[in-house]
Design a protein around this ligand. Structure first.
Ligand SMILES: O=C1O[C@H](COP(=O)(O)O)[C@@H](O)[C@H](O)[C@H]1O
Length: 244
């Protein structure tokens, strides 16, 4: 695991975009395609702002998925898929048939099953291995839509589930930790002092994923990067995170 801290959120977004580009180029060189999973939230939007300006991404060989979605249609302001389009995919030349959106407008369990089928088809029945999974972190320690105290965090078999989230009073659709952990690279990006305590607990606290689900993210054979701004890293001991 590599933990880096940067002065500003902008630098976090730029560093994440740099890893995206590096991984995309290497994946296309090695396997002819790059499979990436996007996240939602403000952190994702800042990363997308950097990605739209890059001219060195092999978009025509890129395949796009999402790590989680809210149970709303794509044109709803809360939709992670909608935000992914408006902040990134509408602005870059990814072929439309390379985009695999979670359908938040469906009944939640059906949306989860439908996405599992889409993954099975894309990965030709083999366990999905994404080249890159981008994740955020919430101030309650959630990542993707793996929220504290929900059944999703104990899931060991399914690839996609649709838990009810009491703190949000809604269902979410989310990839599960075992699926995310098969990725070649996972990047958890976060900024803001409001996340500092959760980040400390995830990285240095007692192992209690039921309370801090981001503790479940430990890629099996791949790499994990935490990219934080100085505020998000402020509860970590000096020297714990590498500074840029
Ligand atoms: O609800 C969600 O929250 C996390 C973190 O969002 P942020 O706005 O604090 O960056 C996000 O990664 C996840 O995809 C989203 O659905």
């Amino acid at each position: 695991m590599i933990i880096r801290s940067f002065e500003t959120p902008q630098e976090v977004a730029r560093a994440t975009a740099d890893l995206f580009v590096e991984k995309a180029q290497k994946a296309v060189e090695a396997r002819g395609r790059f499979s990436v999973c996007l996240s939602g939230g403000n952190t994702a939007k800042a990363i997308h702002d950097h990605l739209v300006n890059r001219t060195d991404i092999p978009w025509e060989h890129t395949y796009v998925f999402w790590g989680d979605e809210r149970t709303v249609p794509r044109d709803h302001p809360d939709s992670n898929v909608g935000a992914g389009f408006s902040t990134l995919l509408d602005k870059v030349p990814v072929p439309a048939d390379h985009i695999f959106a979670i359908d938040g407008g469906l009944e939640p369990q059906e949306a989860a099953r439908t996405y599992e089928l889409a993954l099975a088809e894309y990965f030709e029945g083999r366990p999905p291995v994404f080249d890159l999974v981008l994740l955020g972190i919430g101030e309650d320690g959630h990542t993707a839509s793996l929220f504290p105290g929900t059944h999703a965090i104990r899931e060991e078999e399914r690839w996609v589930v649709a838990p009810y989230i009491p703190s949000k009073d809604m269902y979410r659709i989310t990839l599960t930790a075992p699926l995310i952990n098969q990725a070649r690279l996972v990047v958890i990006a976060g900024y803001g002092e409001n996340k500092a305590k959760a980040i400390y607990e995830v990285l240095l606290g007692k192992h209690q994923p039921d309370q801090y689900p981001a503790q479940l993210i430990r890629p099996d054979g791949g790499k994990l990067y935490w990219l934080l701004d100085s505020a998000a890293a402020s509860a970590l001991p000096a020297g714990f995170a590498q500074t840029a």
